[in-house]
Design a protein around this ligand. Structure first.
Ligand SMILES: CC(=O)SCCNC(=O)CCNC(=O)[C@H](O)C(C)(C)COP(=O)(O)OP(=O)(O)OC[C@H]1O[C@@H](n2cnc3c(N)ncnc32)[C@H](O)[C@@H]1OP(=O)(O)O
Ligand SMILES: CC(=O)C(=O)O
Length: 554
């Protein structure tokens, strides 16, 4: 088989939704199907038509609304019930009525399941597989046969496990998929068993290896696939190993969503196959959509993206250690296994107590700041290390890093300078809890002194600061706090514990984060709040000036 012919079978909408916490509306399923098609997967398994009304609606609307360019939609179900003719099995009839070009059915490979779960005879299970596949083929569908628990079944009873595959092939299956349903296999076990299937069932000669049963079966022209679960954290490795041993159909899900610990993560399987193993599954332009696809699906699943996910996570190419950043600046690939742009991701440099001089230099350039010497950058680096020791964390507060750099410039003029503040918390009869704050700031040679109330001391300080400077900076009305997080850093110190405050802010177009730390929660909050306002005033004024310049030039 030509290397280009590896089939990607996405089951995010079926096995993915079997993952705890994963649920999509029908509209979401349709949106994801469109996106998967654009990305270039070959099959999209949409659900189980006998399972629930939403899956029925999906297949109904998919026929009418989806205009897929490349992918084929598959409906999923099981072989017929024991003792039933597939033509009389209501579940098989629902599968047919879903009217998809492709039908996936799963059947039992493991004798334990036949005995204990189906509670039928070994022969009857073979009939169920053979006749179900044959019946669905007779309805004009491409049939993908998922051999559930194939690897466990093969370990327990290889002859029987192979006989179940043979039954599917006799029924006319187009693809036979070996499933590591319980996810317990290790890559070399997968390799050995895939070899055995190819040699003993499909009659493929493997580098002079003799069939283990002593006779060569007739070569069967069926596509062999792999479906791996991640219970041993080896689903991706198992999938790659299966491909290395001759499987040419690969099942998995976006972000590895799926039952228990999930399925083989296509966000890793695809780039590994394409960039490391030389298969051409999708075009380079499609591969560059991988990161976006991953985030799109996690957004619709309402799950936070896993930032540490290989290839597509925000941290996948984020460099923190100073020596790494120093090397990456000299040669981008010195600490990266691929160019992140190939999968639509990007290199990031983080600033923390583990930084070296180049973390700071890279950030300064990123912020577009000049006029700082190497020694001034080192000064900022020292300051960052000291502040992190005092409880600050700059990794996720880049606006505070930018301010440290700006403040180091000799020509820096702050938009306001704090002189004093007070914040009180009171409980008064008839009024309950309330807070009041006063803020005295200097802007140029003027002093502004304001008082404000709030539902808490930080809220009152925020209001008082705004009252003090809003008249000078009317655009401050666009500045809003989005999130306010407090973390206790040394809880064993009890009420004397150090706290870190992280504030996320926005002006409707941009977002930024600032940090403060202190043993006093009011002080930590003030530092993060004042940084947020200062950052906004500086950068907003610069953006306005650039826009005006642009308008004049135009
Ligand atoms: C490995 C996998 O991921 S397979 C996919 C698993 N996914 C799901 O189960 C999600 C969707 N499932 C559902 O909505 C429901 O389970 C349904 C609608 C399919 C079935 O619901 P119910 O009719 O209430 O049956 P229930 O789920 O309790 O039991 C499954 C039955 O199918 C039988 N069965 C299981 N696998 C097979 C098979 N491959 N072929 C035939 N019958 C099977 C079981 O033995 C059991 O039979 P029993 O009722 O005689 O005990
Ligand atoms: C078919 C399937 O989802 C499994 O065996 O895991």
């Amino acid at each position: 088989m030509n290397k280009r012919q590896i089939q990607i079978f996405d089951t995010t909408l079926r096995d993915g939704t079997q993952g705890e916490g994963v649920s999509f509306s029908c509209d979401d399923k349709l949106r994801i199907a469109r996106r998967l098609d654009e990305f270039g997967v070959d099959y999209i398994e949409g659900g189980w038509p006998g399972s629930n009304p939403k899956d029925m609606e999906f297949f109904d609307r998919a026929q009418r609304e989806l205009k897929l360019r490349h992918a084929r939609i598959a409906a999923f179900g099981s072989t017929c019930r024991a003792g039933l003719d597939p033509a009389d099995d209501p579940q098989i009839q629902l599968l047919i009525s879903a009217n998809t070009p492709v039908v996936t059915i799963f059947g039992k490979s493991w004798d334990l399941h036949v005995r204990e779960v189906l509670r039928t005879s070994m022969e009857e299970n073979l009939r169920m597989i053979r006749e179900s596949v044959r019946y669905i083929k007779s309805q004009g569908r491409e049939v993908i046969y998922d051999a559930e628990h194939f690897f466990d079944g093969y370990k327990a009873n290889p002859e029987y496990a192979l006989a179940t595959l043979q039954a599917a092939i006799l029924g006319g299956a187009d693809v036979v998929v070996l499933c590591d349903t319980n996810g317990g296999c290790l890559p070399w076990e997968i390799g050995q068993i895939v070899d055995a299937v190819r040699r003993d069932l499909l009659g493929h000669s493997l580098d002079g290896d003799e069939p283990s049963n002593g006779h060569q079966p007739p070569a069967a022209d069926v596509v062999l696939g792999i479906h791996a679960h991640n219970d041993s954290e080896t689903a991706v490795a198992n999938t790659l190993e299966a491909v290395r041993r001759g499987c040419t159909h690969v099942q998995g899900t976006v972000n590895g969503y799926g039952e228990r610990c999930g399925n083989a993560n296509l966000m890793s399987v695809i780039p590994n196959l394409q960039l490391k193993m030389g298969y051409e599954l999708v075009s380079p332009e499609q591969l560059a959509q991988l990161t976006e696809l991953s985030r799109f699906v996690s957004e619709l699943a309402n799950l936070s993206p896993d930032t540490h996910q290989p290839f597509v996570g925000a941290s996948a190419f984020a460099h923190k250690g100073g020596t790494h950043v120093n090397a990456v600046v000299k040669h981008a690939m010195s600490y990266q296994h691929i160019d992140p742009a190939l999968v639509g991701n990007e290199t990031r440099v983080l600033v923390s107590e583990l930084s070296g001089k180049d973390n700071i230099a890279v950030k300064r350039r990123e912020f577009g700041l000049d006029g700082l010497s190497r020694e001034e950058e080192r000064q900022v680096l020292r300051q960052i290390k000291e502040l992190e020791n005092a409880g600050f964390a700059f990794e996720s507060a880049e606006a505070s890093v930018e301010l440290l750099l700006r403040r180091t410039r000799t020509d820096y003029t702050p938009p306001f300078e704090l002189i004093d503040y007070t914040a009180t918390v009171e409980h008064r009869a008839g009024r309950g809890m309330f807070s009041e704050a006063t803020v005295k700031v200097r802007v140029g040679d003027k002093i502004f002194h304001e008082v404000a109330e709030g539902n808490g001391p930080v809220n009152a300080m925020n209001r008082a600061l705004r009252k003090a400077i809003q008249q000078l900076y009317p655009r401050l009305q666009h500045h809003h706090l989005k999130d306010y997080k407090v973390r206790i850093l040394d809880s064993e110190s009890g009420t004397a514990a150090k706290v870190r405050v992280l504030i996320d802010s926005t002006d409707g177009e941009r977002s930024w984060s600032t940090v403060g730390a202190s043993t006093n929660i009011i002080e930590a909050s003030w530092i993060a709040l004042a940084d947020s306002v200062e950052y906004f005033l500086l950068t907003d004024a610069e953006r306005q000036a650039r826009q005006q310049e642009g308008a004049v030039t135009a």
